[in-house]
Design a protein around this ligand. Sequence first.
Ligand SMILES: [Zn+2]
Length: 378
Amino acid sequence: MINRADVEKLRSMHAQRSAVLSLYLPVPLDPARLRGLAAEAGDLMGDVSANGPDSVSNAGVSNADRNAVLDALAAHGRDWLGHTVAFFACGELGLFEALPLPCLLPERAVLATRPHVRPLLAALQRCPDYRVAIADRRHSWVLSVSGNRVETVASQSEEGPRSPGFGGWYGLESHRIQQRIIQLGRHHYRDTAAILQRAAEASRNVPLVIGGHHDSIAALLQALPPAVRADFAGSFTADPHTLTPARIRELASPVIEGWVTRRERDLAGEILGQAPGRLAAAGLPACLTAVNEGAVACLLVAHEGMIPGFVCGRCGALSTGSDECPDWGTAARAVPDLLEEMVQRALDDDGQVTVIRDAPFIIAAKLRFPVAARGGGQ
Ligand SMILES: [Zn+2]
């Protein structure tokens, strides 16, 4: 599955002309529909030059790039059933990538001077890799989930006193054994917490789901150091001894979905809670100004569609009209998607980018310094 390094690698590629094809193609679950999908991919690639406003320099998808996509689809389509696959092709750059994404995204074809990565970022944020800890009083398992893949990272079991003989002991002796089991239990949760801490140090900001009986979840949560607890996304209750990797993923994925949605809502609320014009901007005009001034600390993109616009080849200003910078359009170049350009610019300036859903704005930003507002609205 894809990761941030793949996105950065793609972001480093630039072509002279609008010659980089980005094609996002949802592959149906039913293999019988693969043949129809090739025709659909062909249509998407055929239409793409007409979509862009850059009709003069944009000659459409080259035959070589188009064939490379169709060949890959014929060879690997069956491995991609149920996934959206992102293709990036540009003969001029020697670029060809076909990346299955962890979640389904709508189809899209873009021709631009570089790979169109906004949907990749959305996929990484909506379907993140995560960890699951399953624990009961004696055993624990730590698993890592990436797309459909579930791997056991660590498992441990604490040998308590054996159960034979248990029922025959009474009184003080039995009480001692009970105490010992509880002690073991506490150590055991601490040990599991230590495993999770090491995992969190190895790869940071990976959300954690805990599964098991109610009291085990509470005990493990209590044993977690604050840094690991900050990654806690939620829990599910289940009998650990009935769980399979597939079932674990089934139970954990709604927990992760809820966590992603909460995080999106919190981020949007945080920005909207700021006094406008101070350290926040909402709407396309205000955010264009902020991006052009390099003021964006965190960009929140809520609109999924593309918004055509212009970039000035001289001063670099991004704008909705071709004559909005001091160069009066003398060096303006059409771009198929201003939101993508803003995302790229924010990332270049070491800003953060989050793609969210269901927000009352197209785009919003948390700013590093206030910028003069220019116009209003969305
Ligand atoms: Zn300019």
